[in-house]
Design a protein around this ligand. Structure first.
Ligand SMILES: Nc1ncnc2c1ncn2[C@@H]1O[C@H](COP(=O)(O)OP(=O)(O)O)[C@@H](O)[C@H]1O
Ligand SMILES: CC(=O)N[C@@H](CCC(=O)OP(=O)(O)O)C(=O)O
Length: 297
């Protein structure tokens, strides 16, 4: 990379200044998807971004995924899992693996990376501080014939967020700590539920009245059918893009959680490419930003 002149360095800092002023004291929820955790360099650049945010007075809350990492351990154990509508069918044995990988390996790796960059991260699952309450999800599918009753598909220990008690996250975020949240909820019965990390990030952003929700994934953002990046999308634009099939697969739950967060009071949602070094800082502190911006309009 070419050396930067002192003038260019000053310019970068000056460009960031109004954004630092605007976001100071505000909460930003960042969803760190398993597909964005692809190499050590990127993980360290992500951790540095989070530490810088905290140092300039923003309150970053990290919610992480780990789908590919769960898949790797299941494979080593000789198990496979099926996905229905983007959700992993989770039997009891799989739930144990999900809890070990998300609450253990992945959560502690992110906590450790942030701490190595000088931050003070604290890892949580939804069980800590009784924070994410979950209920079981069942999916219904229309029967083959009109007169048939809808088919109910049992996803096992897969949940959705029924409510959030933000006390523990607020307490940490309002001090020097950076909360790092694994998407595991607890049911009324005390059982663990596996929840899609986008859903948890959206609900956490809504309940904490976050300024922004940033979703890091492995694509530049929402693309049109010709492969161009779309940005400045309204709620209606997103509905239309789902309706006409432009948004499909894993991008559907992601945009649904984005629209729910916007309707719930979050000011903006961004889908950005976690494979770009310092993508979070580029989104927050530069005029052009990156990825797809969605607004409540
Ligand atoms: N219009 C679209 N724009 C971008 N990605 C799309 C679109 N429609 C479907 N996708 C798919 O959605 C994927 C992102 O969802 P997903 O794999 O669930 O992400 P993550 O694992 O990061 O949560 C993309 O990699 C892409 O294959
Ligand atoms: C119900 C369900 O599917 N849960 C996800 C939880 C992890 C996740 O969401 O990870 P990514 O963000 O990396 O995809 C799973 O088991 O893979």
């Amino acid at each position: 990379m070419k050396e930067k002149t002192a003038h260019q360095i000053a310019h970068v800092l000056i460009e960031a200044l109004p954004y630092i002023q605007k976001f100071k004291g505000k909460t930003v929820v960042i969803k760190y998807g398993g597909n964005a955790m692809i190499d050590e360099n990127l993980k360290h650049s992500f951790a540095r971004d989070i530490v810088i945010m905290k140092l300039v007075g923003i309150n970053p809350i990290v919610v992480h995924g780990g789908g590919p990492q769960i898949g790797d351990l299941l494979k080593r154990l000789g198990k496979t899992s099926e996905f229905i509508d983007g959700m992993r069918v989770t039997d009891s044995e799989t739930m144990d693996v999900v809890e070990m990988v998300l609450g253990g390996l992945v959560n502690k790796e992110i906590v450790n990376m942030i701490n190595m960059q000088g931050g003070k991260a604290v890892g949580l699952t939804g069980k800590d501080g009784n924070f994410i309450h979950a209920r079981k999800i069942n999916i219904t599918r229309a029967g083959a014939n009109l007169e048939d009753a809808p088919e109910i598909i049992d996803l096992g220990h897969v949940g959705e967020v029924s409510s959030i008690d933000p006390a523990v996250v607020e307490m940490l975020g309002n001090s020097d700590f950076i909360p790092v949240i694994a998407p595991i909820g607890v049911g009324k019965d005390g059982h663990s539920y596996n929840i899609n990390a986008d859903l948890v990030a959206g609900k956490v952003a809504e309940v904490l009245k976050a300024e922004k929700l940033i979703l890091l994934t492995n694509i530049p953002g929402i693309m049109d059918k010709a492969g161009n990046l779309l940005t400045g999308l309204s709620l209606t634009d997103i509905d239309n893009l789902i309706e006409d099939g432009t948004i499909s697969g894993g991008m559907i739950p992601k945009t649904r959680c984005a629209t729910d967060a916007l309707k719930g009071g979050v000011n903006s949602v961004h889908i950005i490419d976690g494979r770009i070094e310092h993508s979070v800082l580029l989104e927050l502190f530069t005029d052009q930003g990156i990825g797809t911006l969605m607004l409540r309009r």
